[in-house]
Design a protein around this ligand. Structure first.
Ligand SMILES: [Zn+2]
Length: 98
């Protein structure tokens, strides 16, 4: 599968890195497996697409959309870059995207 979700949050117990666990639908500390990130998610897809979200479900939705577009050959990376070349620049000034 292409793309991934990461988080800038650190584990609240050990301040360690939290990694994406797609099966559990979230980002978790590898040591404290019940500690999950609650915000500050980032979707990366390929080299260019890199977008922040404050909710995991929205980030995951975006990632799945990209995978679908890629699988069906419709992915246009330009649609997902900052700033959006088609306009609506204001939307992308939010630190957390849409
Ligand atoms: Zn931890």
């Amino acid at each position: 599968m292409s793309g991934n979700i990461s988080t800038e949050e650190k584990c609240s117990v050990c301040k360690g890195k939290m990694l994406h666990d797609e099966r559990r639908q979230g980002c978790y500390c590898l040591v404290h497996t019940k500690v999950a990130a609650t915000r500050l998610f980032r979707v990366r897809f390929g080299r260019k697409i890199n977008k922040r979200y404050h909710r995991y479900d929205l980030a995951y939705q975006f990632l799945m959309g990209l995978r679908y577009e890629k699988a069906s050959g419709k992915l246009d990376v330009r649609d997902h870059l900052y700033p959006n070349p088609l306009g609506f620049r204001g939307i992308y000034t939010s630190p957390y995207g849409r």
